[in-house]
Design a protein around this ligand. Structure first.
Ligand code: DC
Length: 225
């Protein structure tokens, strides 16, 4: 029987991680786990409860008592729902307000500890494609295949712009560039598990590649591992 791998895909916002990871999972009949969605779900709860993101103790406490799960509706087309304490928040976690605040929650050490604990449980069996910022470095350091996806800032902002427009949000391209820049800075410079490429990760720049080209590259790398 073929070995069921753990595939880690990391990179900055808008590099194409989730689209690519979903497609790789589909082609290999693996489960896709979007770890960013977990940080987003917690962020939504913090906003709803009116807790200040600078109150790290409160936010960390909230993380520990929050149940976040990902339900796979169809592994065939990569459809999944994100549940926050049992409520389906799949759409709500993509709102601009969550985009603007998620890095603040993701830099809190107690939040990260709890998320990493949950993510390791989800990943330990193998047969998964997990995407995020610290999957290859912290969550699954023993993943058999690690990919680091990047793209130019301009291209990443363009992708986010199209995605938000499609969902009906009123977005300004220049503001989006600034927001992504800020998020990159916070994600890359935070003290705990900053966004960084694992030593053994394969770097793929997706700026001039189609989704299918990136997916194919990853599938080829997965063969024989
Ligand atoms: O991939 P995304 O844009 O949905 O991620 C949302 C935020 O969560 C992003 O700003 C960084 C953070 N994140 C993280 O710190 N670690 C992860 N493994 C995944 C996401």
């Amino acid at each position: 029987m073929k070995r069921r791998l753990k595939i880690a895909i990391d990179g900055p916002a808008g590099a194409g991680k989730s689209t690519v990871a979903k497609e790789v999972a589909k082609q290999l009949s693996y489960v896709y786990i979007d770890t960013g969605a977990m940080y987003r779900a917690l962020t939504l709860k913090v906003i709803r409860q009116g807790i200040n993101f600078t109150d790290e103790y409160e936010v960390g406490q909230l993380a520990r008592e929050t149940i976040i799960s990902i339900g796979h509706i169809s592994s065939q087309d990569g459809l999944y729902s994100v549940f926050l304490d049992g409520e389906d928040v799949t759409d709500a976690i993509r709102a601009p307000k969550v985009n603007q605040n998620v890095s603040k929650a993701a830099k809190i050490i107690e939040v990260r500890k709890h998320m990493v604990y949950l993510q390791r449980q989800m990943g330990e069996q193998g047969g998964i494609v997990m995407d995020g910022r610290d999957i290859g470095t912290v969550v699954l350091p023993n993943a058999e295949l690690k990919i680091f996806l990047t793209a130019s800032l301009e291209m990443r902002a363009r992708r986010r712009y199209e995605e938000l427009k499609e969902k009906g949000y009123d977005v300004n391209f220049e503001n989006l560039i600034q927001e992504i820049k800020q998020r990159d800075e916070m994600d890359s410079n935070r003290k705990v598990s900053p966004l960084s490429q694992a030593d053994d990760a394969i770097l793929i720049d997706t700026t001039d590649l189609s989704i299918q080209e990136v997916v194919q590259l990853i599938i080829v790398h997965s063969e024989g591992r």
